[in-house]
Design a protein around this ligand. Structure first.
Ligand SMILES: [Zn+2]
Length: 121
């Protein structure tokens, strides 16, 4: 994960520039792929991800200050990652589409391939 150093005097300026770049990239991707996700939705997700990264960074620093090593945190992340049976950086249960039968880890209630209803398996 790409962390900016929060002690840097240009931290917030650099972070805003990164957000602007990410927003521009999301717009380009949207235009190219005619995504079903709108630009405001992508920007909202981007803000949420950035906010979560900040929370994770804070928790990680606090844990380290209290003697819990990064290695121990990484082992715990791996343990949680494997709870869905796959070491892939996610812990999302697999669902399948009633209509086309495709399996997905998406949490959307509608299949992105055919528009059918997705149910937990
Ligand atoms: Zn489907």
């Amino acid at each position: 994960m790409d962390y900016l150093n929060s002690s840097s005097p240009n931290y917030y300026k650099l972070k805003q520039r990164k957000l602007d770049r990410d927003e521009k990239r999301a717009e380009e991707t949207y235009r190219k792929n005619k995504s079903q996700i709108s630009i405001p939705e992508i920007c909202d997700l981007d803000r949420k991800v950035n906010s979560l990264c900040m929370v994770v960074e804070a928790l990680s620093e606090l844990l380290e200050e209290h003697g819990i090593s990064k290695e121990l945190i990484e082992r715990k992340v791996e343990e949680i990652d494997l709870r869905d049976g796959v070491l892939d950086g996610q812990n999302i249960p697999i669902s399948s589409c009633r209509k086309c039968k495709r399996k997905t880890k998406s949490q959307r209630p509608i299949c992105m391939y055919c528009g059918g209803k997705v149910i937990a398996t």
